[in-house]
Design a protein. Structure first.
Length: 304
């Protein structure tokens, strides 16, 4: 029995590492995709493909999608916060900054979520370790963005600000997402993706006229990998882990995906980080870990 339990735990940890890799690699896929595909078109295709795939997974599992207008209005609002605005901002930002920096800046979602809940909703306590996590994470962001503010007031700084704004959108989406508690988690994921596609596809047709584009093969493959693996497959793994490891255990991917995402961009895109960015990376990982690791686990690793 113990061997079987250990095997099951090991399998879930492998899936957790896979989830962190899929989401960490999304920044490299976006960087390759926006090389020849404009941001709105890239994200429109991402949401449409992933939403349809998740809809197919729901059908295979026998899960029905809600049909009432009120729920779909909430899906649409969730889409604005969780995909339409942040994914487009990240895609545009990665036209001007490296995927490694985007990974670091976008990893601070738990920090902004905590700040918003502490100031606005006030539904969670504020233990000292979370306050430490906020300070460490914000220090890391300021180290990365603040240094650029002194020598780059053009596209680089604006792009970094856009990625930070996307992170704030994720934080708002996490808080609003609590209202979907009565639904199967797959429903708001697929519904918000399809609602996002319904907004982004017309915007792409009007603004970027995708029929005039000549995307490279690498950009098309990156788009497919982004939609199939980093979105649809990642969501499917995420929902399984929520059921097996719990929501708190699953949040471990938040700090695992930062070094993984940076390593992928360095290995496959040949990017490099400045010394200040490395220090910022360490601060962000430390801050997000303090925000997400369960208190019981922290107590368990303390020396006796």
């Amino acid at each position: 029995m113990n061997i079987r339990q250990d095997t099951n735990i090991a399998a879930e940890l492998v899936l957790l590492a896979a989830l962190a890799t899929l989401w960490g690699g999304s920044y490299t896929f976006i960087k390759l995709g926006v090389a020849t595909i404009p941001p709105i078109t890239l994200i429109a295709a991402r949401t449409a493909i992933a939403g349809l795939l998740l809809l197919g997974v729901m059908a295979a599992r026998g899960i029905r999608m809600p049909c009432d207008a009120a729920t779909w209005r909430r899906f649409a609002f969730q889409a604005v916060l969780n995909s339409v605005v942040p994914w487009t901002l990240i895609a545009w930002g990665e036209r001007h900054v490296d995927a490694a920096l985007a990974t670091i800046l976008n990893s601070a979602g738990p920090i902004f979520t905590f700040l918003l809940t502490a100031v606005v909703t006030r539904h969670e306590a504020t233990p000292p370790r979370k306050l430490f996590g906020v300070v460490a994470g914000m220090a890391g962001i300021l180290l990365i963005v603040g240094v650029d503010a002194f020598h780059d007031v053009g596209g680089g700084l604006l792009a970094e600000a856009a990625i930070v704004a996307a992170t704030i959108c994720y934080a708002c989406a996490a808080i609003f997402g609590r209202s979907f508690g009565r639904l199967d988690p797959m429903a708001p994921a697929a519904g918000s993706l399809l609602a996002g596609a319904a907004v982004l596809i017309p915007a792409s047709l009007v603004v970027e006229q995708p029929w005039t584009l000549s995307p490279s093969l690498s950009s098309v493959l990156a788009l497919l990998a982004l939609a199939v693996f980093s979105t649809a497959a990642a969501f499917a793994i995420y929902f399984r882990l929520v059921q097996t490891l719990g929501s708190v255990g699953t949040t471990a991917q938040a700090y695992l995906r930062v070094p993984i995402g940076v390593a992928i961009s360095v290995a496959f895109l040949g990017e490099s980080l400045s010394r200040t960015a490395w220090v910022g990376l360490a601060c962000v990982v430390l801050g997000v870990a303090a925000m997400t690791i369960p208190a019981r686990r922290l107590a368990r690793v303390k020396p006796s």
